[in-house]
Every structure is written in structure tokens, then in C-alpha cells.
Design a protein around this ligand. Structure first.
Ligand SMILES: Nc1ncnc2c1ncn2[C@@H]1O[C@H](COP(=O)(O)OP(=O)(O)OP(=O)(O)O)[C@@H](O)[C@H]1O
Ligand SMILES: [Mg+2]
Length: 285
């Protein structure tokens, strides 16, 4: 994998905020993936793709410092993983709210500010006003103003996802890690949330690493893709990696990349599930 060296165009000089070099991870006595090289620049939008169980969430946890590497080097904002605090925002995989939950959207976003201050009384005065302003600002940024005062359990999946992205953004992170934020959204909402993340990334200069199941809704926003498969990774700009030849080789099944009328690539026949033969690293056939 040749990560940052393949960057093109205006972002070629982007300052790297995240580097993995020859990284490998072992869990439960087996190597999940190895030899992973990845460089992400400030303001870049990178997707991590691959079948279930291949180690996408584990890659995110490595960046968070929640999972150590067994080999190689990882640098996050010039330091070690887990040492950058609120400079790294994180939206974990699979969140759902009970429909009866009364807590409001604004409170969910505020938790992003207060989460590490449990038990400590909320600030008063100017600081409290500044925090309220920031919560409102970030809710507006994600387009959730209309639903933010509703109980979160009564917001739609797309609205909940926007509010959770706002929570991850509220402390102005330089890196945003989103683990399957499009999960269980319908197609229009997937497109809308993908466009929102693309805007946050490119306009606010936040580096985004998004784990995704389907590349299509995000493809034209991406600067880079990382495909994990069979214990290794292929990385590069979508124009180089998202091709019929590369994906068919990776997934060991015919995957076609077609062009829409306006020239956008669409991946057809993308495997939905990993193959059962050959153990956890096998790719759908
Ligand atoms: N701490 C751990 N100990 C043992 N096995 C683990 C540990 N953490 C993860 N695994 C295993 O590693 C594999 C990869 O897990 P991970 O959650 O990273 O996959 P994923 O690619 O995100 O999958 P999905 O698409 O289903 O979310 C899984 O088989 C999982 O059970
Ligand atoms: Mg996962």
C-alpha cells in the first residue's frame, strides 16, 4: 500500500495528521492485518472499506490508542495514539436510541463537551454561554437545528446521525473518526450525510477517516480509499483503487465499476458479506 505518496492535486502538500507505517494488529492470537502503510493529510477524506470482520473498526481503535499495534509505527497528530485528547473526534459503530429516550438532541451534542466531566458541576457564566453557543453552532453546521430540541428517541435515523456527528465535532477535532455513520440510513440520507461529512472535511480542514460498508454514496467526496482484505490493505486515490481490475482481484469475484452519465464511477456487484470458505479473512465470492 502506498498511502500518502499517491496524493494528487491541491492536497498534495497537506500536512500529515495520521501515519501508519508497516502496522500490524493481532487480536485473540491471530493477525488481523499487517504491512499497512497509510498517511492522511489535514482536511483529507479517507474511507476504510472491506467485508465484515476484516478489521476496519480495529483500525479506528488503533488510531484512538484503544488497540496496540503488534508491529510498525503509528503517529497521530505527531504523537502516540491516544495522547491527542479532544483533537481526535470519534463516532463509534452501531448506536441506537430507545424511542422512549427523553434526552434532547442538544443534550447529546453537549455530552461531547461534558463527557469527561461527569460528576463535576456544569460551568457558569461566560464559559457556559460560550459552550451553549458552540453547541448551537455545530448543530447548525450539521443541519440539525430543526430537530435538536426534540427527544433523541423521536428523531429519525438520519437526524440522530447528524446529531452524533455534531457531538463528535463539538470540541473542534482535527481528526474525525466515523465508524459506519451511514449504517441503516436510506439512500437519500446516506447521500446527505456523506455530503455533510465531505463539506466538514474540505471546508473546515478536518481530516476524516470514515468506515463504510458501501463506497458508492461517498465515492465522489473521497480523497483516498483503504480496502482491507485478506489481512492486507490496498490504498490510494479512488481513481486508481476503485477500478474493476483492483476490486475484482481484491474480492475474488467480478466487481464492475461503471460510469454514470456525468462521469461518476459506480461500483456494481460489490460483495455484501464475506465468504464462509477460508476463514475470517476470505472475501465474498
Ligand atoms: N479484543 C479482541 N479480541 C479478540 N478478537 C477481537 C478483538 N477485537 C476484535 N476482534 C475480532 O477481530 C475481527 C475484526 O473486528 P472488527 O470489529 O475490527 O471488524 P470490522 O471490519 O469492523 O467488522 P464489521 O464490518 O462487522 O464492523 C473480528 O473477528 C472480531 O471478532
Ligand atoms: Mg466494524
Amino acid at each position: 500500500m502506498t498511502g500518502g505518496r499517491e496524493m494528487t492535486g491541491a492536497r498534495e502538500t497537506a500536512r500529515p495528521v495520521l501515519c501508519l507505517c508497516g502496522a500490524a494488529v493481532r487480536v485473540g492470537g491471530r493477525t488481523l492485518w499487517s504491512g499497512v502503510d497509510l498517511e492522511v493529510g489535514a482536511g483529507e477524506f479517507v474511507a476504510v472499506l472491506g467485508p465484515n470482520g476484516v478489521g476496519k473498526s480495529t483500525l479506528v481503535k488503533v488510531v484512538l490508542g484503544m488497540q496496540p499495534v503488534a508491529a510498525g509505527e503509528v503517529s497521530v497528530l505527531g504523537g502516540r495514539p491516544g495522547e491527542s485528547g479532544s483533537r481526535v473526534g470519534y463516532l463509534p459503530q452501531r448506536r441506537s436510541f430507545d424511542p422512549s429516550l427523553r434526552i434532547r438532541g442538544t443534550d447529546i451534542v453537549r455530552l461531547g463537551l461534558d463527557g469527561d466531566r461527569w460528576g463535576i458541576p456544569r460551568p457558569w457564566g461566560a464559559r457556559r454561554a460560550r459552550e451553549r453557543e458552540r453547541v448551537e453552532e455545530v448543530i447548525e453546521l450539521v443541519g440539525a437545528t430543526a430537530c435538536a430540541h426534540r427527544p433523541i428517541g423521536r428523531c429519525s435515523g438520519g437526524e440522530q446521525q447528524r446529531l452524533l456527528i455534531a457531538q463528535a465535532l463539538v470540541r473542534r477535532p482535527e481528526i474525525l473518526l466515523l465508524d459506519e455513520p451511514l449504517d441503516s440510513l436510506d439512500l437519500p440520507n446516506q447521500s446527505a450525510v456523506a455530503a455533510l461529512v465531505g463539506r466538514i472535511c474540505h471546508q473546515q480542514g478536518v481530516a476524516v477517516v470514515m468506515v463504510a460498508h458501501d463506497v458508492n454514496p461517498i465515492l465522489h467526496h473521497l480523497d483516498r480509499v483503504v480496502y482491507l482484505a485478506e489481512g492486507r490493505a490496498v490504498c490510494g486515490p479512488p481513481s486508481e483503487v476503485v477500478t474493476s481490475a483492483t476490486l475484482s482481484r481484491l474480492y475474488r469475484t467480478p466487481v464492475e465499476v461503471l460510469r454514470t452519465g456525468d462521469g461518476r464511477p459506480v461500483v456494481v456487484g460489490h460483495p455484501e458479506t464475506p465468504a464462509v470458505q477460508g476463514g475470517p479473512h476470505a472475501i465474498a465470492g
